[in-house]
Design a binder for this molecule. Sequence first.
Ligand SMILES: [Zn+2]
Length: 253
Amino acid sequence: MTLKYKTKGFVFKKNNVNESDRIFSVFTHDFGRLDIFSKAIRKTVSKLRSGIDIFFMSEIEFIQGKNRKTLTDTAIIEKFDNIWQDLEKFKTANRIGEILDNFIKGEEKDEEIFILISEVMEKLNIQKPFRETINQPIIFYYFLWNFFSIQGYRSEVQKCAGCHEKLNPYNIYFSGKEGGIICGNCAKSKKNCPEPCRRINSDIVKILRLILSKDWQTLSKLKIEQSSQKLLSEVSENAIHAFCPSIMHYTIT
Ligand SMILES: [Zn+2]
């Protein structure tokens, strides 16, 4: 007997295989990551193709075979149209997809991750008047740091991750390896500093605190200076390398 399953999920990767087949990587509500084989989906007559594509939230039905899962039915839940019409939004979705692909390898249900993905994609899809447009990277960072947090790598941003003392805003560092923000004394005592420690400023502390407390209202109105944006990108890379050493060349641009 073949077992049939139905769930909903966010498609974060697609790979063409054979002449007209495709493998979709989907973060599903009920099973976590699934890599699902879709037979002949690239043929124009395929009835499956309209319901699933990269960055769709789709309802999917599949059967579990001996070696793989095969897609049997699809329906669109949300297409996130604006992401497809805006290159910057599309790039952000791509980065989110890359993180999911690199960090989540096996099947494991995780409601929190599913909710975070849905929340971030909805935020990314909102189309605002030009002047109100929030900067795209902050949506990615919002995803990234909260994703790490759910995965068990919540960064300490309130006090020094090394000695647990109060932070002096003029002498602070970030070290993914140490688990967050560290004070000048702790940074000095690390033999391997200045790498992988990175000197930061109080803007970064503020941004990370807002991200981890999920205060989107304040975050979306924040004007972030270019120098702090660069710093935030470096600190995020530092964290990615500390939490997932297998990603050697991940660069946030
Ligand atoms: Zn310290």
